[in-house]
Design a protein around this ligand. Structure first.
Ligand SMILES: [Zn+2]
Ligand SMILES: [Zn+2]
Length: 163
């Protein structure tokens, strides 16, 4: 009998999808799950500052074509770890959309070593930063496009390496 049990990568990305449903800005719902040794260390979605108004209620806070009201999912996952005193050095993150440059830098300096993402979002500079900092960017989406100009970034299928 063929097992239909999903692999760990799908498992964590599915959880990131669920986390994204808590987003407070409907311009884009993003979810992030930080993992080490198949254990979830922290999660985050793009949401307003703690106690602040939500875009759904107050409208978006637009700047240069982007809503800046929310803390991004990846940043919130790092913040949640910090708030609870959870070490995330040498961890991996599953995020439903590729990090913006600011979040990428935050992840890099928090010790996240692998970024699994499902959809490319906006900033191709992360491929260069990833290369320079030795961080793996792993595309897990269905669409054929990868990060523009990232031909020499070691893109690979997420399944061959067991975690
Ligand atoms: Zn918004
Ligand atoms: Zn970001």
């Amino acid at each position: 009998m063929v097992s239909t049990r999903i692999d760990w990568h799908e498992y964590f990305m599915n959880i990131a999808d669920q986390v994204a449903t808590r987003s407070t800005c409907d311009r884009k719902h993003v979810g992030a799950v930080i993992v080490r040794d198949r254990t979830i260390l922290s999660t985050g979605y793009n949401g307003s500052v703690r106690g602040g108004v939500h875009c759904d209620d107050a409208g978006h806070d637009m700047e240069n074509g982007h809503c800046v009201r929310t803390v991004h999912a990846e940043a919130n996952a790092v913040a949640q770890a910090a708030k609870n005193g959870v070490r995330i050095d040498v961890s991996e993150i599953y995020v439903t959309a590729s990090p913006c440059l600011t979040c990428f830098k935050l992840l890099a300096n928090s010790g996240v070593r692998v970024v699994y993402y499902k959809e490319f979002y906006r900033d191709e500079r992360i491929s260069q930063y990833a290369r320079e900092s030795g961080i793996e960017l792993v595309f897990m989406g269905k669409q054929t496009s990868v990060i523009p100009g990232a031909d020499d970034v070691p893109e690979r299928e997420p399944t061959p390496r067991a975690i």
